[in-house]
Design a protein around this ligand. Structure first.
Ligand SMILES: [Zn+2]
Length: 159
């Protein structure tokens, strides 16, 4: 058992993870107010806003509340959204790299969706909470349009 030098709480498990999260939480609390709120006008900013709003909606409504009782995760998402949109609106070079990141994410998810195996998915969800975050990801892959196009002769995913 050790004491966190930042929040002074006593920590039993994963002290390194706790410290990292504590530092991030403090950083977000300190610097979030210094970043100006930018109205998304560029395509990249609008896409980022849409993604972040959806992520926050999922976290607020679909996942067990005990994950987010302290509000740190939602604050982190707010901070990431505000920061990325501010940068995207004001710096064309960074905006281009953010666009590249979005394209790479799309490419990677398309590749994973093509390889997606529903039987393996069914084994993985056995005995798990229905709202486990990785399960949401598998659900996403199962509904992904490129997955359906590539494997439209597959058996339906067991419920
Ligand atoms: Zn701490």
């Amino acid at each position: 058992m050790t004491e966190c030098p930042i929040c002074k709480r006593r920590i039993e498990d994963y002290p390194t993870l706790h410290y990292a999260k504590c530092i991030i939480n403090k950083f977000v609390q300190l610097y979030e107010p210094t970043i100006p709120k930018a109205k998304p006008s560029k395509n990249v900013s609008k896409i980022l806003q849409k993604i972040m709003e959806d992520l926050k909606h999922q976290a607020n409504t679909k996942l067990p509340k005990e994950f987010y009782e302290d509000g740190n995760f939602i604050r982190l998402l707010d901070f990431v959204e505000k920061t990325l949109i501010f940068i995207s609106e004001n710096d064309g070079h960074y905006r281009a790299w953010l666009a590249w990141l979005l394209i790479k994410i799309q490419t990677e998810l398309n590749a994973q969706a093509v390889q997606f195996n529903p039987e393996k998915y069914h084994k993985k969800i056995h005995g798990r909470l229905p709202l486990d975050p990785p399960l949401l990801f598998y659900d996403y892959l199962a509904q992904h349009p490129s997955y359906k196009e590539e494997k439209n002769d597959h058996k339906p995913i067991p419920k």
